[in-house]
Write a protein that binds this ligand. Structure first.
Ligand code: SF4
Ligand code: SF4
Length: 372
């Protein structure tokens, strides 16, 4: 698959998933949140499919959810109630933010998919008991999948999944590393499409696609730099607007790293291929940079963000926060304070999936980048 096809795939994921399902006969399992242990779904011979919601109008979901709920959650429920997700063989909800937890309750009562699994992960991540509890929860998830998909998840299939996911995550990271040296080689919106498509497509085919992209980039490595704008880090929940990256580039910026669900939270962290497979999956969640729906230390998130800015030599941070997203909104003031104390320029952009990026946001970007 080339970049153009990846763009199309992430713009029309249902069509791809239905076609793939028909051709391969494989089960497709929908999931929310980067805390879903995809490796186990893959090891159960199914395809993990991240649900992003709609960018169209919302009406059906409004009968179940208040309007002051984030747009990804309202959009996902809208898609489910409209029947657009009927091709799914089941759905997995990890225990993360309140909105996803409540969505799980509403979904269970109103969306008749063949199965519905809650993965009740720990909230606090930095203790020995959290490690034990996380491992137990993952063992239970394995059993739930085996029962619902009527398969056995063997140690070999889990090891294969771990090795494949290490390849996928490593390849996405390699693409970003190449792009950081010379951003002119790959547009930000292309990188965004690669990450989003990686959460949807057949993972075996994905490995080959990522390899081809890396080869193509390496062949162009010596090309002269064309764009070297202000280096930005994006931080927040998830971004469902690929045009956002284009606007940043149009105004002379370049995204060198992010702390997003549609970015580094998906591909950061390699699994230990030699140890106990379930313990390796748990370890990645315990050691990965956490999102504010989890907790380890009082200032862990700020320290992690400062490290990212320093390591990536960034000029500034753009907080991309979904409207009505409590975890990230509560996190923002203290993160901003830490950045301000270090003299790191930052700005906040509130967005909704259903609203287009208007002139007002463009002007704010332009002003921020000029200020840098
Ligand atoms: S921002 Fe956090 S809680 Fe929300 S979907 Fe991403 S990982 Fe999950
Ligand atoms: S983390 Fe925020 S944006 Fe993501 S699902 Fe939860 S409330 Fe919504």
């Amino acid at each position: 698959m080339n970049l153009h096809e990846l763009h199309n795939l992430q713009n029309d994921p249902y069509n791809y998933a239905m076609g793939y399902k028909k051709e391969s006969g494989k089960k497709v399992v929908g999931y929310f949140c980067s805390y879903t242990p995809e490796e186990l779904i893959f090891a159960a011979a199914a395809v993990p499919f991240r649900i992003f919601g709609t960018r169209g109008n919302i009406s059906l979901a409004d009968t179940h959810l208040q309007a002051y709920c984030c747009s990804p959650v309202r959009g996902a429920l809208e898609e489910a109630l409209s029947g657009s997700l009927n091709f799914l063989d089941g759905v997995v909800f990890p225990h993360t933010c309140d909105s996803i937890q409540r969505l799980s309750d509403i979904w269970r009562l109103n969306v008749p998919l063949p199965f519905h699994i809650d993965v009740v992960l720990p909230v606090k991540l930095n203790s020995e008991s959290a490690r034990e509890y996380m491992t137990d929860v993952l063992h239970k998830f394995k059993k739930d999948l085996e029962k619902n998909l009527k398969v056995e998840i063997t140690e070999d299939s889990l090891r294969h999944a771990i090795s494949l996911y290490n390849k996928i995550r490593g390849s996405i990271k390699t693409i970003l590393d190449i792009r950081q040296i010379n951003p002119s080689l790959l547009k930000g919106s292309d990188f965004y499409s690669i990450v989003k498509a990686s959460m949807i497509m057949d993972r075996n085919a994905l490995v080959g696609t990522l390899r081809e992209i890396i080869h193509a980039l390496e062949a162009k490595k010596e090309a002269p730099d064309v764009i070297l704008g202000k280096r930005l880090v994006l931080a927040g929940a998830m971004c469902n607007h690929s045009d956002f990256y284009q606007i940043i580039e149009d105004y002379g910026g370049v995204v060198v790293w992010d702390d997003l669900c549609t970015g580094s939270r998906y591909f950061e962290g390699q699994l230990d291929p030699t140890g106990d497979p379930i313990a390796s999956i748990a370890e990645r969640y315990l050691s990965r940079i956490e999102c504010p729906a989890k907790h380890s230390g009082l200032s862990t998130r700020a320290e992690d963000l400062l490290k990212i800015v320093q390591n990536k030599n960034a000029d500034g941070v753009v907080f991309l926060i979904q409207k009505f997203c409590d975890p990230h909104s509560f996190d923002y003031p203290y993160l901003k304070k830490h950045l301000d104390n270090e003299g790191i320029p930052n700005t906040l952009i509130e967005m909704e999936d259903q609203a287009s990026i208007g002139e007002r946001l463009k002007t704010r970007f332009e002003a921020f980048l000029e200020m840098l």
